[in-house]
Write a protein that binds this ligand. Sequence first.
Ligand code: EPZ
Length: 417
Amino acid sequence: MDRFLIEGGVPLNGEIQTSGAKNAALPALAACLLTPEPVTLHRIPRVKDIATMTSLLRAVGAKVDMDGGTVRVEAKEFVKTEAPYELVKTMRASSLVLGPMAARCGTARVSMPGGCAIGARPINLHILGLEQLGAQIAQTHGYIEASAPDGLRGATVHFDRITVTGTEDLMMAAVLARGETILQNAAREPEVTDLAHLLIRMGARIEGAGSSTIRIEGVESLHGAEHTIIPDRIEAGTFLIGGAITGGNLLVTQCNPEHLGALIAKLKLCGVAVSEEASNAVRVKAGVALRACDMITEEYPGFPTDLQAQYMALMTQADGISMVTETIFENRFMHAPELMRMGASIRIEGRQAIVAGPRELTGAQVMSSDLRASASLVLAALVAKGQTTVDRVYHMDRGYERIEQKLAGAGARVTRV
Ligand code: EPZ
């Protein structure tokens, strides 16, 4: 099992390039199942979750060719319409094939994803939406079986909670449903909008993606298309926080500053100099001092829950008391005890973490628990005195492409062993 050895105390300087967004690439790959014609996707990040999704596409019968960051998928015919447990248990986003298979084939059998480290993460809203589009759903032996032998029909679906992959799943199901579908209280994440752009290129009729109400007019069939995935705002945000926490001068390139509004505003309030350079690069320069600022996670365009752990690491170095509130997931503070082992002063009260800073961090042996918690520990290790060993970095490999090379390229002393 790989681990990172990190020598702290070196500021991140220079440039780091952002990869394509994992959470845009996953639904885009699932969308390829909606047409028998080839779909070509560019800027697909080489991370574990993508490998899992391409294995899933191959398992149902699609041809998948990968060439660097370009993936070509051709789902001419299906050998089965099942997402097996052994794949779904490693990546819950496998539920994104539920909508496309139900819509294209009229049947889909997907293992229930089960919980994960950060919360129960049910997919009841995906299922409820599909039922409203006319699918019969059975849940047996740990699997969801959706059937719509006469095809799906448009309906108005109101989400009780804002769900990113729920919105994506239902949007993909609705593009081939008969009639109009309206998704209300839909997620507004850039990854939802990017998926809509791909589907429209494939011939779908969608309006309102990026707002809370999305209208989809079903069509008979979709055709092939070519599409470039948006930059990964969470990866870019992780590096911006890295530049701030190490007191460096770092330019994050190939990103989309518009998708980073909440983080950029917060960093400026903390006293970090943040400037946009060109249309796709953001520079952070540490100011004289880092001020503690409260933060609450919210659905987009609020502060992203996927940057909460990284922000908490930053607040351990900030001057004052900050209140970090996690409103999206019920158990997303597992990085806190590990940060405390490095010297941080954090108190957890339910959904809130109170961080007192600044506290000098010292290198330690720490354990990753989930994808973004491990990013938080790496950032803390970059500023800690001495050496830190971060275990179970396979969590990072799920969502960060070559992160140790990217960090080393900006001066960090990090090696994978
Ligand atoms: C997506 O997960 C992302 N994953 C997550 O990123 C991200 O943290 C999350 O959105 C929130 O932004 C992908 O896009 C592949 P949700 P998703 O459905 O769609 C509850 C990462 O680090 N809920 O928006 O699974 C749910 O329990 C990952 O890359 C239901 O109750 O999240 C949660 O509390 C981690 N029923 C809240 O809604 C449902 O049917 C938001 O979940 C669906 C969700």
